[in-house]
Design a protein around this ligand. Structure first.
Ligand code: IMP
Ligand code: MG
Length: 185
């Protein structure tokens, strides 16, 4: 365990841990496995790994170092129209990668899939650009509601139905830098 849970973790802003769901060594082990799966799945062609910001930034940086083949990295920043939450399903790209996607293998990397609405819209936008293939890699998948029209080909964990923070996941922008994934009381 990377943190002594009997001591207060100063990163938690005074909040109390309910439990650590995945500790840092466990995450590293699973990310290594995912990297090997992804390496095997793309024997040829150009691979562009697209991280959906902000939530994927830590996962993506660990994941690409476990993918043992050539690749390029870029990012997407999505924003919702009007309604205030990204889960409204009305998604617009605030930052759009410069690189052309046509003819490339695109791997969209997401921190967590909840309802899947964000990814539905993004996948529609990206597939219109004629990539050679388009797949999703999500560290966590809640399998809730499952409005996702597209399969998530690479999944780190089937996540418990709790609100999770750490390893890139936030609550009101806090706790992204916690090196483990936890639920708070
Ligand atoms: P969806 O469109 O409902 O699938 O929402 C996915 C987005 O909601 C993720 O990219 C996260 O930003 C956020 N989200 C969903 N569940 C959690 C959670 O348990 N912790 C932190 N963020 C979450
Ligand atoms: Mg978020």
């Amino acid at each position: 365990m990377s943190v002594n849970v009997s001591l207060p973790d100063p990163r938690l802003e005074g909040r109390t841990l309910k439990r650590i769901v995945y500790d840092a060594p466990e995450i590293a082990r699973r990310v290594r496995e995912l990297g090997a799966e992804i390496t095997a799945a793309y024997p040829d062609g150009d691979l562009l790994v697209l991280g959906l910001l902000k939530g994927s930034f830590i996962f993506l940086s660990d994941l690409v170092r476990e993918i043992n083949r050539p690749l390029h990295v870029d990012f997407l920043v999505a924003s919702s129209y009007g309604e205030g939450t990204v889960s409204s399903g009305n998604v617009r790209l605030v930052y759009d990668p410069e690189t052309k996607l046509e003819g490339k293998h695109i791997l969209l990397v997401e921190d967590i899939v909840d309802t899947g609405r964000t990814l539905n819209r993004l996948m529609d936008l990206l597939s219109a650009r004629n990539p050679r293939s388009l797949e999703i890699c999500a560290l966590l998948h809640k399998h809730i509601a499952d409005e996702l029209k597209h399969d998530t080909k690479f999944i780190g964990y089937d996540a418990p139905h709790e609100f999770l923070v750490g390893y890139g996941l936030d609550h009101a922008e806090s706790f992204r830098h916690i090196p483990y994934i936890a639920s708070l009381l």
